[in-house]
Design a protein around this ligand. Structure first.
Ligand code: LMR
Length: 409
């Protein structure tokens, strides 16, 4: 071969999902990949999405499979931006909107990747700071963009809590002017631990003082708390702070619309002054990268989101669907916690109910995780991250019993 290739380690999340799929054990449980499941362990196409799909078919739009533009579906992008930044479509907001350059991406991964590539080309940050731990794909994405990577402490293992002091002191002493700081907008993946509002203010102060560039990854807006405003609080706070800060947001619709395989997302670059000409040149440069890579984002998933967000009734139904998903996850956290308490499993387990969003960082060791898979056919990441929506009324006692056993042995 002319190739110079060495094997790369398989992606843990999708490899685990494959292993789960191949497992024939009747009691197997998937707590690996972050996808929503019903209490029967089934996927849940959102009722509002199904409705929107029917309407789209009925519309029978002759252009439905045509190319959009390189930046993507522009009406969709306006809706995505307004959802993220909290605009209500008022004219008075035009000035603020002129700060935001938005393009459609191949979901959240694509938005992270495009953003990394764009900053790598046009900002040349000395370093990108990722939380330790973070979604493993962040590391891959920034590596492919050839930007040097470092991590800031995020998790305090002994107390199973957010290591705010560690994060702040590392960034304070080690981050340099022009560095990028990757922040999870809400429902931190994998820990489920988010800064509180006061801490977000301190993080923004630090970014401003040290001239660091905040890069938000927003993959769970509305999915985590059930409220789109609450889950966008940090992004909106950074955006509305004075003086205007330069920042960007990678926005995913995979979880909050249940459109995982449809690859719906957007990348928003926010400039530090209201200038449509600056915004347009940013869009123009993003389009250059998009054209050379995938020409334009896919359209069918974003048509669904557009259908929902342009109709008040459907938007209200979407908010109800978000409540259904977020409350089921909260109730499964509680159910697992109650079972472990009932079994008097050694250790403390309050963190399971206190963490936020799709995941719990259980604190289980790699050895315990391996034993869960080997002996009980329960699949979670070796970091101890468990996707809570894989739990159900039917399997939670089994899972708690298994955890109890591996913790005691
Ligand atoms: C996860 O972390 O499990 C999800 O975000 C799916 C993915 O793309 O990794």
């Amino acid at each position: 071969t002319r190739l110079n290739v060495a094997p790369v380690p398989p992606d843990e999340i999708f490899a685990l999902n494959g292993a789960y799929g191949a497992d024939t054990h009747p009691q197997k449980v998937s707590l690996g990949v972050g996808v929503f499941r019903t209490d029967d362990g089934k996927p849940w196409p959102l009722p509002v999405v199904q409705k929107a799909e029917k309407e789209l078919v009925a519309d029978d739009d002759l252009f439905r499979h045509e190319y959009t533009t390189i930046e993507g579906d522009v009406p969709f992008l306006r809706l995505a931006r307004d959802l993220m930044f909290g605009f209500e479509g008022k004219d008075s907001e035009e000035e603020a909107k002129a700060r935001i350059a938005s393009v459609q991406t191949v979901a959240g991964t694509g938005a992270n990747h495009l953003g990394a590539l764009f900053l790598g080309h046009h900002m040349k940050p000395p370093t990108v700071w990722l939380s330790n731990p973070s979604w493993a794909n962040h590391m891959t994405i920034w590596e492919l963009a050839d930007v040097p990577r470092k991590t800031y402490p995020y998790y305090h293992a002994a107390t199973r809590s957010f290591d705010f002091d560690g994060m702040m002191s590392t960034l304070e002493t080690e981050a340099q002017e022009g560095d990028v700081v990757l922040l999870h907008a809400c429902a931190h993946n994998p820990t489920g631990l988010d800064p509180n509002k006061e801490q977000w203010v301190a993080i923004a102060d630090l970014c401003e003082r040290k001239n660091l560039f905040p890069f938000f990854d927003s993959a769970y807006q509305g999915f985590a708390s059930g409220s789109v405003a609450e889950d966008a609080w940090a992004v909106r706070y950074f955006f509305t702070r004075k003086p205007d800060m330069e920042m960007c947001v990678a926005q995913s619709f995979s979880k909050n619309f249940g459109l995982y395989g449809q690859r719906v997302g957007a990348y928003h670059y926010v400039t530090n002054r209201s200038s449509t000409s600056l915004r347009d040149v940013v869009v123009n440069n993003l389009c250059h990268l998009i054209r050379g890579e995938f020409s334009m984002g896919p359209r069918s998933g974003c048509s669904i989101v557009k259908k929902v967000l342009t109709n008040d009734q459907l938007t209200a139904e979407w908010h109800q669907d978000l409540q259904v998903m977020s409350s089921r996850i909260k109730s499964m956290r509680k159910a697992l916690y109650d079972e472990l308490s009932r079994l008097q499993t050694p250790g403390t387990w309050e963190h399971i109910v206190e963490q936020n969003g799709m995941f719990s960082y259980t604190g289980l060791t790699p050895k315990q995780v391996y034993a869960l898979k080997d002996q009980y056919h329960i699949y979670l990441l070796k970091s101890g991250r468990a996707s809570i929506s894989g739990l159900s009324q039917k399997n939670v006692a089994y899972v708690a019993h298994a955890i109890d056993n591996v913790v005691r042995n």
